[in-house]
Design a protein around this ligand. Structure first.
Ligand code: COA
Length: 390
């Protein structure tokens, strides 16, 4: 991306933002009636006006995050494929699905401030600068002592592509170092996450399947390690169905709350794969060997109620009140003494850490041979040719 500097560049950038319909100088609301968040939103809009060109992808994200709180979810007809700009804008809005207005507003503020920070060269030099850049597959916000990492590929049921794995690691690293008290993982749209993006398997490196299997295994090991080592309370809000890795990491979260629309499915055997995310160790501990075998070996889908009975989730809420109830609770928890919470979390996990890292290594090693098996190749080919849904 070309770096634009100086006043002329800012003018150019501002007019570019206008062409894209991005907020420049909104009418000033009466300051006495503005809530803090409206003020933040207004400030963020003026930060955006002064940004150097952040690139089209980020501009589209800003555009969509600005429209969501001001106009609500995208409900205009989809423009034709040749109407390139309007189609790109429509896609960006549509990708936000039913993201709540307040979340969109917070995300806009957060993205604007991280872009502002990263256009300041003195801040870019510091460690962790990359974490302040905008995320493409996540919406990351932080407010009231809680940082939220929201999977944001709703059109793909929040399937985790390679970029999302990397961004989740970055976001967890940033959350582990910031001054928030609790970290929350959730999904945008109707799914929590459909797990590993099965199209990850389609890009083949020069060394073929063996190299691919090794690369994926290394990535998975690093990814799962971030959860094992995460130092603060980590809460999963399972807003809808969860599959594969999105289920197994729940065993590494401190608490999971679920909507009654959530389901839990680990179709490892149908895919010719084996359990990951330390589930071969955590699930038998959490739910007993027989239940864990049903879930991990036979791929039985658990309803939210069954996941609660098995101890995988702490509580299930009606979908209609899920967000309100869990956030009320989390906001209260975030006011508890921060260091005591952090120390207690670490104490609960300390005896397990070494064991979990060993299990992670073993699972990832086994994954290398499973990925290269005929059973796995056939299952992935079936998914990609849409012969079967799991
Ligand atoms: N990997 C790649 N793409 C995925 C995906 C995944 N894990 N989950 C969903 N998608 C994509 C679909 O291919 C589809 O893409 P398209 O619109 O370009 O065709 C889109 O997301 C919507 O999914 P769709 O299958 O149309 O929705 P659905 O409600 O009928 O079914 C699922 C949803 C999740 C049940 C189904 O997509 C599925 O079985 N996905 C595979 C899940 C999986 O095996 N995960 C790995 C576990 S180890």
């Amino acid at each position: 991306m070309a770096q634009w500097t100086g006043r002329a560049a800012r003018r150019l950038c501002a007019s570019f933002l206008q062409v894209w319909g991005l907020p420049g100088c909104p009418p000033r609301p009466n300051s006495r009636t503005m809530s803090t968040s409206e003020k933040d939103f207004e400030n963020a809009q003026s930060q955006v006006k002064h940004l150097e060109d952040p690139g089209n992808e980020v501009k589209l994200k800003l555009y969509a995050l600005h429209k969501q709180p001001t106009e609500g979810p995208c409900n205009v007809p989809k423009p034709g494929v040749f109407d390139v700009i309007h189609r790109a804008k429509w896609d960006a809005r549509d990708a936000l699905g039913s993201l709540p207005k307040e979340t969109a507003r917070r995300s806009y503020v957060h993205l604007a401030s991280s872009l502002s920070a990263s256009s300041d060269p003195s801040r870019l030099a510091g460690p962790g600068a990359a974490n302040r850049a905008g995320y493409e597959t996540l919406v990351v916000t932080s407010e009231g002592g809680i940082s939220q990492i929201m999977f944001n590929r709703p059109a793909k049921k929040n399937a985790m592509n390679l970029q999302m794995y990397n961004e989740i690691m970055l976001a967890l690293d940033a959350a582990s170092k910031d001054d928030t008290v609790i970290t929350v993982l959730t999904g945008n749209g109707d799914y929590f996450s459909s797990g590993n993006d099965l199209t990850n398997a389609t890009e083949m490196p020069p060394g073929g399947l063996e190299e691919k299997a090794n690369n994926n295994s290394n990535l998975l090991r690093k990814f799962v390690s971030c959860f094992i080592d995460f130092p603060k309370p980590l809460v999963a809000l399972v807003n809808g169905p969860a599959l594969g890795i999105a289920v197994t990491i729940l065993g590494l979260c401190d608490v999971a709350y679920a909507s009654d629309k959530a389901t839990f499915h680990t179709p490892f055997t149908s895919l010719g794969l084996s359990p990951e995310g330390c589930s071969s160790y955590t699930f038998p501990k959490i739910m007993g060997l027989a239940k864990a075998a049903e879930v991990l070996v036979f791929g039985k889908t658990l309803t939210a109620g069954e996941a609660y009975a098995a101890g995988l989730v702490a509580e299930v809420f009606p979908d209609s009140t899920f967000q309100k109830e869990v956030w009320t609770r989390l906001q209260a928890y975030a006011k508890l003494p921060k260091n005591a919470m952090r120390t207690s979390k670490q104490l609960l996990r300390s005896l397990e850490k070494e064991r979990l890292h060993a299990v992670n290594a073993e699972e990832c090693e086994l994954m290398i041979s499973r990925v290269q098996s005929d059973e796995c190749k056939n299952a992935f080919a079936n998914f990609l040719s849409r012969k079967a849904k799991l």
